[in-house]
Ligand binder design. Structure first.
Ligand code: NAD
Ligand code: MN
Length: 504
């Protein structure tokens, strides 16, 4: 049995939304009567109720399905596995419009300026890792003519993949690396954004993946996510989400010492020296925080500007954001900034803006309250909107200079020289991204060496490439996704020694 609901999209199109779980290539109803409510963040209206997996029974069933599929999937010839990835990428391409509309409906991402890029990312990542499948090699060592040693890179088994709300399909795609390496997987989508992953699941079956390779359970982290993390039949957890939850996951995964990779939160600095290409610095600074409504883990949300150009930079940044980041209906092709994911997040971001005002910062753009164009709209006035906001004059003590806001808010402060700037950058426990604007190549390279972060952008921000590893240090997590490095999260290395005649 499986339940579906006919949903009308803002474009007027309708589609059948699966409401249950996806196990063994079939949609099935959950054994639990608990549900999640999926909202449209642009209007605050309920879209539908999605069934939560029963944390014991259904998670067990999904893990068992993945376990059964593991030897089957693992033993399919590499080129056939590769072709299935390419077929799936093609199906996503054919379904790009509907997937983008569903993603937008449930997450508030503007369709043209945002959601479609996420679908392109899903396609790109499937092709990128599909291309690796027939190139996964070990190494060989020949220390003498009496001995050969070599390594196998073997899949781990069943991987539990836990996904955040900010890029539901795109972050899911990064964890398809597990499947490329020969593992099978149980995915748990974020409780705010279950719709698109469930819809996507049917394409996996259509592409021809064997049953049980890719399974989806929906539900809250504290119940369904927790059950996956503690499950003795799960061999690995790949998690993207907040640092607090990451800490919990690392502790809980100790039950069977399953390895974890953690892509957690950040408060990534961007520093602007007075010798920079000023116009480019303004544009990239805006782009590094105001895209995706500021819900970017590696968003460069802390900006330090050299004191010689501080006021000028604030004026030009505000002007640029005002002109280029229009807020409004995600279905409007010109809109860049949609709503935050939830009422809770909207309120949380509002509290941070208020704290900055209370702590003596200047609001250069945006601030508290709904934007005028939203208040006056009948349709959107209950949406979870926050104005793109620029806060100036932060000090190391200011709350908004230390904590991840995860909204369209940039906190700006000033510095006078390189040493002070580096100390400010490295002063937090987070270490995900970092960016520097300067024309001085020595300074830029020294910064990239000394900044405590997993990534450093020289004269850009948040320029992500599938070939290049993504991840953090310190409390932003450990392990890398994307690139060749991303593969190492999902295999064990086995060493084989062959004796060609060494005698004892
Ligand atoms: P979150 O930590 O609240 O939730 C992430 C996922 O973990 C969700 O699926 C949630 O249901 C699940 N979860 C919650 N509690 C759990 C538990 N006890 N056990 C198992 N699973 C549990 O994060 P979010 O609010 O969805 O996303 C925002 C956060 O994600 C931000 O901090 C952001 O920086 C981070 N993020 C990081 C990256 C990265 O690559 N480093 C990328 C995107 C988002
Ligand atoms: Mn959360």
């Amino acid at each position: 049995m499986a339940s579906f609901k006919t949903i009308e999209l803002p474009s007027g199109k309708t589609y059948e939304q699966p409401l249950g779980l996806f196990i063994n290539n079939e949609y099935v109803d959950s054994s639990s009567s608990e549900t999640l409510t999926a909202y449209n963040p642009a209007t605050g209206e309920e879209i539908c109720k999605i069934q939560q997996a029963c944390p014991k029974k259904d998670v067990d069933i999904a893990v068992a399905a993945a376990r059964k599929a593991f030897p089957i999937w693992h033993n399919i010839p590499a080129v056939e596995k590769r072709d299935l990835f390419f077929k799936l990428a093609d199906l996503v391409q054919e379904n790009k419009q509907i997937l983008a509309e569903i993603e937008s409906l449930n997450s508030g991402k503007p369709i043209e300026q945002n959601a479609k890029y996420d679908i392109d990312e899903l396609i790109g990542v499937l092709k990128y890792y599909g291309g690796w499948i027939d190139k996964l090699n070990g190494k060989s060592f020949i220390p003498s003519d009496k001995k050969i040693c070599y390594t196998y890179h073997q899949p781990l088994g069943v991987v539990g993949c836990i996904i955040p709300f900010n890029y539901p399909l795109a972050m899911m795609s990064w964890k398809w690396t597990s499947i490329a390496c020969g593992n099978t997987a149980v995915f748990k989508s974020a409780d705010q954004t279950p719709l698109s992953t469930l819809y996507f699941a049917q394409l996996v079956k259509e592409a021809g993946f064997p049953p049980g390779v890719f399974n989806v359970v929906s539900g809250f982290g504290s119940t369904v996510g927790d059950a996956l993390v503690k499950h003795l039949g799960v061999d690995k957890i790949a998690f993207t989400g907040s640092t607090v939850v990451g800490q919990m996951i690392q502790r809980n995964a100790a039950v069977n010492l399953k390895p974890v990779t953690l892509e957690c939160g950040g408060k990534s600095p961007i520093v602007i020296f007075d010798d920079c290409d000023f116009d480019q610095a303004v544009k990239w600074t805006a782009c590094g925080i105001f895209n995706n409504m500021g819900q970017i883990c590696s968003g460069t949300s802390r900006c330090y500007v050299q004191d010689t150009i501080y006021e000028k930079f604030l004026v030009e940044l505000a002007k640029h954001v005002k002109e280029n980041y229009p807020i409004g209906d995600p279905n409007d092709a010109n809109v860049v900034v949609g709503p935050q994911i939830s009422l809770k997040q909207k309120e949380r971001v509002g509290k941070y803006i208020k704290s900055a005002i209370d702590e003596g910062c200047r609001i250069i753009l945006g601030g508290e309250g709904l934007p005028e164009e939203i208040v006056s709209s009948k349709k959107l006035s209950k949406g979870y909107y926050v104005k793109p906001t620029i806060i100036a004059d932060i000090t190391p003590e200011t709350t908004v200079s230390k904590e991840e806001i995860f909204g369209p808010v940039i906190s700006v402060g000033k510095f006078s020289d390189y040493d002070q700037c580096l100390e400010l950058c490295n002063g937090l426990d987070y270490g995900l991204g970092s960016a520097i604007f300067t024309q001085d190549i020595t300074r830029a390279i020294n910064f990239s060496k000394n900044v405590e972060a997993g990534m450093c952008w020289i004269n850009s921000s948040n320029d992500v490439d599938f070939n290049v590893p993504f991840g953090g240090v310190k409390m932003s997590g450990h392990g890398r996704e994307l690139g060749e490095y991303g593969l190492s999260n999902f295999t064990n290395v086995k060493a084989v020694y062959i004796n060609l005649g060494q005698k004892l």
